[in-house]
Design a protein around this ligand. Sequence first.
Ligand code: DC
Length: 224
Amino acid sequence: MTSSSIPVITIDGPTASGKGTIAARVARALGWHALDSGALYRLTALAVARAGGDGGDEAGAAAMARGLDVAFRDGGIWMCGAEVGDEIRREAIGNLASRVAAYPAVREALLERQRAFRAPPGLVADGRDMGTVVFPDASLKVFLDADVAERANRRHKQLKEKGFSANLCDLLEDLRLRDARDRDRAHAPLVAAADAVIVDSSRLGIDETVQQVLDLWSARGLAR
Ligand code: DC
């Protein structure tokens, strides 16, 4: 099986649209691999922060991205032997990730690492540019959107459940800024691929959204 014959479903969308959860559930339902590409940008940001950087140095951030010592295993995300799954979800790291992700050299450094996740029997990849840049030949491309107030509510709930303090107004402002930065950047901006199906999850629950994606996949007649 050549790499390009391995099916890929891409799920792109803005911050907190639920794409990570949906992608993981769709992957589980199909028995496929999952790629959380945002985690790679967050890990790069964590490496930059730990080295005392503030995201202002493109070459430095790209070197960090190239040298990342990471493993996705046992349901966790490991960097240099320590589990960092919760740490990379912090808002400060998310904001720094959005800044370093605007650098072409960082995106280039992470490109092949992302494509290496394409393995039999298939891959569900979520992010911002999965359908436009990383897997342009994907069999199904979904653009998962939700209105910003709903996304802020979801993120607020998520952070509370994890025991982090969070202010809804600050989160809303933060999401707006991050959306603008991800959408307006010159390289690989957040945009639906021309051949993507747009799914608005503002008024859909997780189960319904997962089912919509699985139905879209079945409708392609490619489901096995
Ligand atoms: O999906 P996320 O919130 O974990 O992503 C964190 C940041 O990484 C996001 O603000 C933009 C960036 N990102 C990106 O530029 N391209 C991707 N494919 C995934 C994430």
